[in-house]
Design a binder for this molecule. Structure first.
Ligand SMILES: N[C@@H](CCC[C@H](N)C(=O)O)C(=O)O
Length: 288
């Protein structure tokens, strides 16, 4: 193995959805290889012995501080090397990273899914996520019909795009489902030409939802998924499980998020974004 150089990285997480953050000004010749190597949960990098090895993706962030509010161009490269169009928790982390470098509590985030506005209150970041879409062309679906409550590979799902596609299934108790066993056949179902994330939700007994998501690109369950949390509330509204424009609490395994899906306009996703520490990562390597 020949190591010629390193780049600095920062480690952040949003309710347990963890990311290495690399300034896009720093040269990383092969971003997919960098993400595949360093995000690996067994062989990837860790801040120290107490920190979990690997990550759910690498955020390459380009700050444009001359604008008001400042802008940041976000590129999320996932552990399989793919680039995600959007990431709710990643956008919250991108805003926190940009706010550390500017004096602003408002940040504009440019993503492949569109520009999103974020506002910060200390480490609590709220992002305007855009309007969820059930349109089969947006999800996208291999069908002309919306998929609102349909049996797919053993679960009853609602398909919605919240920046990326989600197949949402409401179940009695998210912990009773073997997600790693049931999710892959839905994630790869021909109905979803670009694949899908698979999100489970169950009532938390107090007006909110518990959430678990199997993520495309990670190809496994993550501790939290922001677009998935928005998808849960969008699907819940569509199915009549909730109504109105009030914030809804959504609890993935890694923490608590606040989601607002108004009848008209952009959804909101709020929650903490935490800077865990800094390190150096090899940029030239032979992939394992
Ligand atoms: N963890 C993210 C979602 C990232 C994108 C997803 N894995 C995909 O490829 O669609 C979030 O917080 O939204």
């Amino acid at each position: 193995m020949s190591v010629l150089n390193t780049v600095p990285f920062e480690k952040f997480h949003g309710t347990g959805n963890d990311f290495f953050v690399v300034d896009a000004e720093d040269p990383v010749p092969d971003r997919p290889a960098f993400a595949r190597t360093h995000c690996d949960r067994q062989g990837g990098i860790a801040l120290d012995d107490s920190n979990r090895r690997g990550a759910d993706g690498v955020l390459f962030l380009a700050l444009e501080s001359r604008y008001d509010p400042p802008r940041v161009v976000m590129t999320l490269v996932q552990p399989d090397g793919s680039v995600a169009a959007m990431c709710g928790n990643g956008a919250r982390v991108a805003a926190a990273w940009a706010a550390e470098r500017t004096d602003s509590d408002e940040i504009m985030i440019d993503t492949p899914a569109g520009t999103r506005r974020a506002s910060l209150d200390d480490d609590y970041v709220t992002v305007e996520m855009g309007a969820p879409s059930f349109d089969p062309r947006d999800v996208p679906l291999e069908s002309d019909e919306e998929l609102v409550e349909a049996a797919v590979e053993g679960l009853t799902i609602t398909a919605v795009n919240t920046g990326v596609p989600h197949a949402v299934a409401f179940v009695d108790d998210v912990d009773d489902v073997d997600l790693e066993a049931v999710a892959p056949s839905i994630r790869h179902a021909p109905l979803f030409p670009e694949g899908t994330n698979v999100t489970l939700a169950s009532p938390d007994g107090d007006g909110g939802f518990r959430q678990r998501t199997f993520e495309r690109g990670v190809e496994g369950e993550t501790q939290s998924c922001g677009t998935g949390a928005v998808a849960v509330v969008a699907a819940a509204k569509r199915l009549g499980h909730v109504s109105g424009d009030d914030p809804v609490r959504v609890s993935p395994p890694g923490g608590t998020l606040s989601v607002t899906v108004p009848d008209e306009g952009s959804a909101l996703l709020g929650g903490p974004a935490v800077h865990e520490g800094d390190g150096e990562a090899d940029i030239v390597f032979r992939e394992r």
